[in-house]
Design a protein around this ligand. Structure first.
Ligand code: ZN
Length: 300
C-alpha cells in the first residue's frame, strides 16, 4: 500500500484516500457513482490477462486484481471458473466511464434538470388551472356568489360583502379581472413551463445550449425573486433564491459560459485531463512500470 501511494502518485489523490478537510467537504463523485451503479471492471470473464491489460487487471498468485475504471479501486477476485473470452477487450473496444470533473458536471447538471422538471410540472398544472378557470369563469362566478350569499344568509343575510382580506376577497378580485387578462396570465405561465421543460431535457443530456438557456432564464428571474423577498419574506423564497444563485454561479464558474475562465476550450482540456487512457495511466504508473508474474510471462 505504501508502495502504491508513493510510486503511483497521481496528479490528484485517488478517491477516498485523503481525509476530507473538516470545513470544506469534498464529494468523491466516482465513489457516489460506484456506490449506486457498482464498479466498472473489465475482463472478469477472460481466460488470460496480457501485459497490456496490466493497467486495469493483473494476476498475482491465485488472485486477480481488477481495477475499477471509474474510482481506481483495485479489487482482489478469483479467476472465472468458466471463461467466455480468451483475453480482455482491447483499449479501443472499451468505453471508459466518466471520472473527475466531467462526472461531477454530469451529476450536478442532472440535479438541476430534476429541479427544472419539477418547475415544468408545477407551472404546467398552474397554467392549465388558470386557463380552465378563464374558460369556466361565468359558471364559477355564479356558484361563488351563491355560496357566499348562502353563507352570509346563514349568519344574518344582507347583500354580498366579501371583506377586504382573506381567500374570499382574493377570489372576488379574481372574478373582477377581465377574461382576456386571465387567459394571458395562463398562457404566460404555460410558456414558462415549456421553457423549464426544454431546460430540463437539455441539461439531462448535458447540452451546451441548455446551460446557456438555464443561465439566461435563471439570471433574468433573480431580480424579481429579490423584489418578492423584500415584499414578503418567507423561508421557501430564501431557499429558492439561494438555489438559483448557486446554479448561476456554478454555470458561470465551473461550466465557463461566455468564455469565462478560458471558456469551452479550457473545459475541453479539463475533460481530456480527467478522462481517457492517459488519465488512467497517470494514476497507476506503478502498474505499468512494475511487471508482475502474468505480465512477465505474457510479454512478447
Ligand atoms: Zn469503482
Amino acid at each position: 500500500m505504501a508502495e502504491q501511494s508513493s510510486v503511483g502518485r497521481p496528479d490528484r489523490p485517488l478517491p477516498g484516500t485523503v481525509k476530507p478537510a473538516r470545513f470544506r467537504p469534498r464529494f468523491h463523485w466516482e465513489l457516489l457513482a460506484c456506490g449506486t451503479r457498482g464498479h466498472e471492471l473489465v475482463g472478469l470473464d477472460a481466460a488470460h490477462l496480457r501485459a497490456e491489460d496490466r493497467i486495469f487487471a493483473f494476476e498475482d498468485e491465485e488472485v486477480r486484481w481488477h481495477r475499477c475504471l471509474r474510482c481506481d479501486s483495485w479489487l482482489p477476485l478469483r479467476p472465472p471458473p468458466r471463461s467466455v473470452r480468451e483475453h480482455p477487450p482491447d483499449r479501443d473496444e472499451i468505453e471508459l466511464p466518466l471520472r473527475g470533473k466531467p462526472l461531477r458536471d454530469k451529476v450536478v447538471l442532472r440535479l438541476i434538470a430534476i429541479n427544472r422538471a419539477f418547475h415544468f410540472l408545477i407551472l404546467g398544472l398552474l397554467g392549465t388551472a388558470v386557463l380552465l378557470f378563464a374558460a369556466h369563469r361565468t359558471e364559477l362566478k355564479q356558484t361563488f356568489y351563491r355560496v357566499v350569499t348562502d353563507l352570509q344568509g346563514g349568519v344574518g343575510g344582507g347583500p354580498v360583502q366579501t371583506g377586504k382580506t382573506g381567500l374570499v376577497h382574493e377570489l372576488d378580485r379574481l372574478f373582477t379581472l377581465k377574461s382576456g387578462t386571465i387567459e394571458l396570465v395562463g398562457i404566460a405561465v404555460l410558456v414558462y413551463a415549456v421553457v423549464e421543460g426544454v431546460e430540463a431535457v437539455g441539461l439531462w443530456y448535458q447540452q451546451r445550449w441548455a446551460e446557456y438557456l438555464t443561465f439566461i432564464v435563471t439570471t433574468s428571474f433573480i431580480p424579481l425573486e429579490v423584489y418578492e423577498l423584500i415584499h414578503k419574506f418567507t423561508a421557501f423564497k430564501i431557499f429558492a433564491l439561494v438555489v438559483n444563485v448557486a446554479i448561476v454561479v456554478y454555470l458561470l464558474h465551473a461550466k465557463r459560459l461566455f468564455g469565462f475562465r478560458g471558456g469551452a476550450a479550457a473545459e475541453e482540456a479539463e475533460r481530456e485531463r480527467d478522462i481517457g487512457w492517459q488519465a488512467l495511466e497517470r494514476s497507476a504508473a506503478w502498474a505499468l512500470s512494475a511487471p508482475g508474474r502474468s505480465a512477465g510471462s505474457a510479454a512478447r
